[in-house]
Design a protein around this ligand. Structure first.
Ligand SMILES: [Zn+2]
Length: 325
């Protein structure tokens, strides 16, 4: 794959399962998209007819309680979108259509691994258009009760730093710091599963959440142990899943970030608040275009080139035609 170029899927691939909160069966289909489309969620009817569509964007978030929900004035369109978003951005897929036939994505095993497998099945191809990044220019932080989140400049790509602290013998304090690239995402984060505490289950059910949760899709934790028969995939699977969630939530920036994200005791709500704070401050970021130098002029690695304009107009505009190479 050429460095600095946008990507999409070569073919389509589908994933079917139940929604963790609704318990309802759903099929999610990933499809190729033109350059500068971004990630677009499309609700389809039972006969495959397209109903509504929403671009995966921070302004499309309508709820962050227990899951990130995307919607518009007509109501929610898709819940629990973060694990498929994490897989797409973790593997460097810039453009894709995500068709969904229910209001909630299938939870599968509670991780991003099934979506990674679907992306691998579809294949990833390079488009002609240069990749655009959102480069963070100064730190933007949000404090929320005892949680803290911050995006700060980071020239080398996208870095995630997560710290969790639970007053719990099995979890306690866990930290994880990682430069997110397709290989590291695949190896270190994609398989980390959703977790929940047994003590919260009745409350969740009474509120209409977690109706589809089971050992098949959630790490269930009691006061002193994990109830799942197969145990943990990583000793720090909890922190890894928080990192995965943050990557999914920050995909709603609409373009890959050149930034480091630090989250302390965070969750979907904090991730959303930090990204919203960044987008609300035009002096905190700029949109840069990956520039592939002509080797005879500039032999070193591709370097981002500043382009004029604001992310809102710069990213949504279809500046390039569809082309596949
Ligand atoms: Zn999650």
């Amino acid at each position: 794959m050429k460095a600095g170029k946008q990507t999409t899927l070569r073919d389509q691939a589908a994933v079917s399962g139940i929604g963790i909160h609704s318990g309802l069966p759903a099929t999610l289909t990933l499809l190729p998209a033109d350059a500068n489309t971004g990630i677009v969620f499309v609700r389809v009817g039972r006969n495959g007819e397209r109903d509504r569509e929403i671009r995966a964007d921070v302004r499309a978030v309508t709820a962050t309680e227990f899951a990130t929900v995307l919607g518009d004035a007509a109501g929610p369109l898709c819940s629990t979108a973060d694990h498929v978003l994490a897989a797409l951005s973790g593997l460097g897929v810039d453009n894709a259509i995500v068709e969904i036939d229910r209001p909630e994505d299938p939870i599968m095993d509670g991780s991003s691994a099934p979506f990674v497998a679907a992306i691998d099945q579809a294949g990833v191809v390079t488009l002609q258009a240069p990749r655009r990044y959102i480069q963070v220019l100064k730190p933007v932080g949000v404090t929320m009760d005892d949680a803290y989140g911050e995006l700060r400049p980071y020239a080398r790509g996208f870095r995630i730093e997560v710290e969790i602290q639970f007053d719990h013998a099995l979890i306690g304090r866990q930290t994880l710091a990682l430069d997110v690239e397709p290989d590291s995402f695949r190896r270190e984060l994609a398989r980390a599963r959703t977790f929940g505490f047994m003590r919260d289950v009745a409350k969740l059910w009474n509120s209409g959440f977690a109706l589809g949760a089971s050992f098949e899709n959630t790490l269930v934790v009691t006061e002193d142990r994990v109830l799942n028969p197969d145990g943990l995939r990583f000793a720090d699977e909890f922190a890894r899943h928080k990192a995965l969630d943050a990557i999914g939530d920050l995909t709603l920036a609409g373009a890959p970030l050149l930034a480091a994200y630090r989250s302390v005791r965070g969750g979907h709500k904090l991730n959303h608040a930090v990204l919203s704070a960044l987008m609300a401050d035009p002096s905190a970021f700029t949109v840069v275009e990956a520039h592939e130098p002509r080797p005879e002029i500039r032999p070193e690695a591709p370097r981002p080139r500043r382009i004029r304009g604001h992310a809102e107009t710069g990213l949504v505009a279809r500046a390039y035609g569809p082309d596949v190479s």
